[in-house]
Design a protein around this ligand. Structure first.
Ligand code: SAM
Ligand code: SF4
Length: 333
């Protein structure tokens, strides 16, 4: 089977799959509190998700990340991890991982580690319990902390993802750097992206450019450039004082599209070739039309053949509407 090469010569080796659009949190920058979720009938079964992921692995995907919504709230999600881990055993897949809000890690960390998951991303925007509650609306801080402990105990490497939010957690940057250093977690800061309607909140008010954050950090910490890459868009630096790594994902102020190696599939089987563009391909129809994978393979090839060069997110007051209408919880971030 030929590998997937897009029109700009980029090999597609990384697939992110949103296994559910549902979530047990309601983060202010991600969803409105009264978020409407997809009808269950539209959502791919775990067996269909396995078939879809396996098709991509056969086509050269080496890294697979399950995300959401909150992947660990999908019922019986461990059976999908278990099935997909066969591709780690054969060596066809190099990494199986997930992005989670951490709420269910206490339950699942050990099993994930047993199935071959080595590193996980945990999204955490504050380690101040009150602030955490204000950002996530429904999140339980103690549960996430216990989940992180469980992940450490299971031997999982943890990277904390923090969305920088102006006037919300920008005073906590140093605390987070120190805490991650002490815990042995990597830390990546992310700029808020204009994705999906979020009710009354305003992203212009939330946006905190990482160029500013980085300048602020360098007042307190010695940051050394390092070569470390995880196959994603983050650029990393080493904090001399803690020995920890800090990454920066700057979709708004820095264009990282040239080296894009990834595509995303939603829980309804829609393939998005770019996080910041609306063009998509339906993989659910070919998946359901036939028990063999010819139609599915052809639909994937056709879609990769029109992967766009990049995105152009803008947050400004005049537009004041999301650059793309779908939520991050649909495409999975
Ligand atoms: N629920 C899981 C979690 O929070 O880790 C996985 C899905 S969540 C959509 C994935 C990541 O997207 C999280 O790190 C979250 O902070 C980030 N995210 C959500 N909406 C965003 C937005 N509008 N801009 C930037 N990051 C966003
Ligand atoms: Fe849920 Fe993750 Fe979105 Fe927060 S960022 S509401 S945890 S999907």
């Amino acid at each position: 089977m030929a590998d997937m090469i897009d029109p700009f010569g980029r090999a597609i080796t990384y697939l992110r799959v949103s296994v559910t659009d549902r979530c047990d949190f309601r983060c202010v920058y991600c969803m409105a509190e009264d978020m409407t979720f997809l009808p269950k009938a539209e959502i791919l079964s775990l067996e269909e998700l396995d078939r879809l992921c396996s098709a991509f692995v056969r086509k050269g995907v080496k890294k697979l990340r399950l995300t959401g919504g909150e992947p660990l709230v999908r019922r019986d999600i461990m059976s999908l991890f278990r099935n997909l881990s066969r591709h780690l055993d054969t060596g066809d897949l190099e990494e199986l991982t997930l992005t989670t809000n951490g709420s269910q890690l206490q339950r699942f960390a050990h099993e994930l580690a047993d199935l071959g998951v080595k590193r996980i991303n945990v999204s955490l925007d504050s380690i101040n319990a009150d602030k955490f509650a204000a950002i996530t609306r429904w999140g339980k801080f103690d549960k996430v902390m216990a989940g992180l402990e469980a992940a450490k105990a299971a031997g999982l490497a943890v990277k904390i993802n923090t969305v920088a939010l102006k006037g919300v957690n920008d005073d906590e940057i140093d605390t987070l750097v120190k805490w991650c250093g002490d815990e042995g977690f990597d830390l990546t800061f992310i700029e808020v992206m204009p994705m999906g309607d979020i009710g009354g909140e305003d992203r212009v008010d939330q946006f905190f450019p990482l160029s500013l954050l980085r300048a602020k950090l360098s007042e307190s910490w010695t940051l050394d450039e390092i070569d470390y890459r995880t196959g994603g868009p983050a650029r990393y630096m080493r904090v001399k004082e803690t020995g920890g790594r800090i990454g920066f994902i700057t979709p708004m102020t820095h264009n990282f599209c040239e080296s894009c190696n990834r595509v995303r599939v939603t829980c309804t089987g829609t393939l998005y070739m770019c996080l910041g563009q609306d063009d998509a391909a339906d993989l659910r129809a070919p998946l359901r039309l036939s028990e063999t994978d010819e139609l599915l393979d052809a639909a994937i090839d056709e879609a990769i053949g029109r992967k766009p060069k990049g995105h152009d997110f803008i947050i400004d007051r005049r537009r004041n509407r999301p650059a793309v209408a779908r939520h991050m919880s649909v495409t999975g971030g």
